[in-house]
Design a protein around this ligand. Sequence first.
Ligand code: NI
Length: 152
Amino acid sequence: MAIRQIRLKGDEILTKKSKEVTVIDDKIKELASDMLETMYKNDGIGLAACQVGMLKRIIVYDYSYVEENSPKKPVVMINPVIKSRSKSMIVVEEGCLSFPDEFKEVKRHEKVTVEYMDLKGNKKVLHAKDIEAVVIQHETDHLDGIVFLDRE
Ligand code: NI
């Protein structure tokens, strides 16, 4: 495992569309575990692969901080796709490890249903709400080259 360098504001890679992962090999597993380590090291809640320079559709997150003294709950999603979105919206102040000094209130769907693969290649469906739904929307946006500052 290793800490990877986070790409910052102005880096073109943050505006690019990431490619689907076709095979979950050791390199992908290593990337995912490095992403988690990098996220924790930088006190982040989520990270997309493009933020460490890899244009692959992988996101990681852990929103367990919302509960005091909660154990870590790392999540890795390969090729996540948001399949449905609630009409109800929530506004949360967001930040991003690639924009360390910027924060912005962004309006997001309160609930989303996301399909993805886990690191074993199992297809999963998750119904997420509140902070978890926001994090998933923020991170999946990165996979399409969209950052939170682009959102209203
Ligand atoms: Ni971000």
